[in-house]
Write a protein that binds this ligand. Structure first.
Ligand SMILES: [Zn+2]
Length: 245
């Protein structure tokens, strides 16, 4: 099916370059919350579009609760909201059918992708030479890989752990995401509970299926030691533990 099959692996002559475009790549950038993922995603998009390339931005459950990629430093770009049922091949091919170029994809919140959707991204790379830049959380609040993250680690051409800007309250590098419900770190529950550190959502941002969200849930980045201990701050006692002096 791929038109690239059977071509020699050697560098083509100059006149042949159009027939054998530079190979595309699936690149995955991952880290804990607040590591600057979305900012990096928007930076990559900016750099690509400055080269005259046309991109499509995908996200799900962005903190703005709107189909946009937003970063905590105030950048924002319109994006297409996807969910677990979205056929990413069909999504891109529909754009092409409309006459819209898609040279690259920026996929934010890639941890929420299903393994099958990650395979679709790989197919877009290999069969259609679309560059894919995926950005996601490494682990969930139980310190386990998200399914989408696991599949990306398995099949991506290039994986980079984002250099962490965020620190645990103790000053050590932040590594793991803790889910905090009513002031207590929890280790059980649904893998995906989209909450945010934003104090109040915009009045018009109510998602139709957001009614089951656990009350007063937020996430906090901790070092590994304090994630294991369940300690959320210097004066906070972990479950069944005395506060440290
Ligand atoms: Zn710590």
């Amino acid at each position: 099916m791929s038109d690239a099959e059977g071509l020699p692996a050697s560098v083509p002559a100059a006149g042949d370059r159009r027939r054998a475009p530079a190979p595309a790549h699936l690149r995955f950038f991952h880290g804990p919350m607040d590591c600057g993922k979305s900012t990096l995603a928007l930076q990559v998009d900016h750099n690509q579009s400055r080269q005259g390339r046309s991109g499509l931005l995908l996200t799900q459950g962005d903190r703005s609760a709107r189909p946009r990629i937003t970063s905590r430093v105030g950048l924002a770009r319109e994006a297409v909201e996807v969910d677990a049922g979205t056929d990413l091949l069909l999504l891109v091919r529909t754009r092409w059918a409309d006459g819209t170029r898609v040279d690259y994809l920026i996929v934010d919140e890639a941890q929420f992708l299903t393994p099958g959707q990650v395979d679709q991204l790989a197919e877009l790379v290999d069969a259609s030479h679309v560059d894919v830049y995926a950005f996601g959380l490494t682990t969930d609040f139980r310190a386990r890989l998200f399914p989408g993250t696991q599949r990306l680690l398995e099949v991506a051409d290039d994986v980079q752990r984002i250099q962490v800007e965020v620190l645990c309250w103790c000053g050590a590098p932040g590594l793991l995401n803790a889910r905090v419900v009513d002031g207590q770190m929890v280790r059980e529950g649904a893998t995906v509970v989209v909450a945010d550190t934003a104090p109040t959502p915009a009045p018009d941002s109510v998602a139709p299926d957001a009614s089951t969200t656990v009350p007063e849930t937020h996430y906090q980045v901790l070092c590994r030691r304090h994630h294991v201990l369940g300690l959320l701050g210097p004066g906070a006692a972990g479950p069944g533990q005395l506060a440290l002096p």
